[in-house]
Design a protein around this ligand. Structure first.
Ligand code: T4K
Length: 370
């Protein structure tokens, strides 16, 4: 029996990538915003229907930089979710800001918009919600709250590339959105990420931040760092973008197969398709609540058969060791998120996952606790 990993990177045909990078061997131009970078950026602006896309070497630095670019006062509070990858919370804290954790809703595990206003104080500067698993946040409610209270909204859209809400690209909500193009994502550039936004004045700031503030051979205007996307990453993006439609269609088949086995099973809760959302099928989260076996039993049964499910996202970021002692930390403050984190498992999910493997995964789950 073959082992099944939780995901597997999408890759273009080898010859296609070789063809794309041939010009790099001819020019010896490998990074610092060369031809591949320029072409990929333009393609993304068109694909995401977004006026500005700034490319990064990874999603985390993209998020850290766009938060920094907003120039919030140190010690400002940022309302965010603990049901996410470490990156979201770390990006806030590494900017000298305080994360204030909002609970999630039990339907799609995005921020519970009913609980945001109660967390706003005179120190609140922004909201950083996460379109977790590719599920869109309630962008309309968040927009209303933010506008009424004069707050910035920066979406961690790491999981939501190519998702659309009411026909609008996920890149277009809030003041900015960050995408991750990590190898494990629906769309990858090996490592990579981007910030997408409408405000023209952010372009120069973000470019300065990712390239030492260099504006010319003899001109440095800003104390920036280095977070540039290389030509090889951009070339991977150009190739993978050509195949994205078929990748998502294949993921849809996998998701449908999971549903055919797991829908209506007592104690198993699946994420329902969201109204008005065109999904990307990024992850397949399952919550075991009242099932005949616990989440951890299922995790072990799958692991024993060489099947790599993941406890995304457990533990919550507000209970990470590095945040112990922070006044705003503690999973008790976000009981719904804590409940889900204790019971959730994301099942293997990638375009080329064989449907017979999905059958095997589901048989293993359903035979637990017998
Ligand atoms: N915000 C959110 C909400 C995020 O989820 C993330 C990243 C970020 C921000 C930050 O974006 P980046 O800076 O990463 O661009 C993974 C990824 O490293 C991370 O990108 C992702 N979220 C997170 C949810 O998952 P691990 O440690 O779980 O991945 P790893 O190495 O265990 O890989 C999982 C499976 O993927 C492997 O079993 C096999 C497969 N795989 C992995 C790699 C590295 C491949 O097929 N190819 C590969 O190259 O973190």
């Amino acid at each position: 029996m073959n082992n099944i990993l939780v995901t597997r990177s999408s890759m273009p045909p080898f010859e296609e990538y070789c063809e794309e990078i041939k010009k790099l061997w001819e020019s010896h131009w490998l990074t610092n915003m060369g031809v591949e970078h320029k072409e990929f950026q333009a393609e993304l602006e068109e694909f995401l229907v977004c006026p500005h896309v700034v490319l990064y070497t990874n999603g985390h630095l993209a998020l850290e930089n766009v938060i920094a670019a907003m120039q919030f006062p140190k010690g400002g509070e940022v309302i965010t979710t603990p049901f996410t990858f470490a990156s979201t919370t770390h990006a806030i804290v590494r900017n000298g800001l305080t994360p204030v954790f909002c609970d999630v809703n039990p339907q799609d595990y995005t921020m519970d918009v009913e609980k945001i206003e109660g967390l706003i104080t005179d120190r609140t500067v922004a909201i950083v919600p996460v379109h977790v698993y590719g599920n869109m946040c309630d962008v309309d409610a968040i927009d209303r709250i933010a506008k009424a209270r004069g707050l910035k909204v920066i979406y961690d859209a790491a999981h939501a590339f190519a998702v659309r809400y009411k026909g609008i690209s996920s890149a277009k909500f809030g003041d900015a959105s960050m995408f991750s193009f990590h190898a494990t994502k629906v769309f990858n550039t090996i490592e990579g990420g981007a910030v997408c936004f409408k405000d023209d004045s952010l372009v120069a700031t973000l470019n300065d931040m990712k390239n030492f503030g260099i504006r010319g051979a003899e001109r440095v205007v800003f104390v920036g760092g280095n977070a540039k996307m290389s030509e090889f990453q951009a070339a991977m993006g150009i190739c993978n973008l050509r195949h994205l439609g078929e990748e998502i269609a294949k993921r849809k088949r996998v998701v449908e197969r999971y549903w055919s086995h797991l829908e209506d099973v007592a104690g198993i809760k699946l994420c329902k398709p969201q109204a008005d959302v065109e999904p990307n099928y990024a992850y397949f989260p399952v919550v075991f609540d009242g099932f005949k076996a616990t989440r951890d039993d299922v995790f072990k049964a799958l692991a024993d058969k060489g099947i790599g499910a993941r406890k995304y996202f457990y533990p919550l970021t507000n209970s990470f060791e590095c945040y112990v002692g922070w006044p705003t930390a503690g999973a008790k403050k976000t009981p719904v998120a804590a409940y889900i984190a204790d019971r959730v498992l994301t099942l293997p999910m990638y375009a080329d996952l064989a449907l017979e493997d999905v059958d095997r995964i589901c048989e293993t789950i359903l035979s637990c606790g017998k």
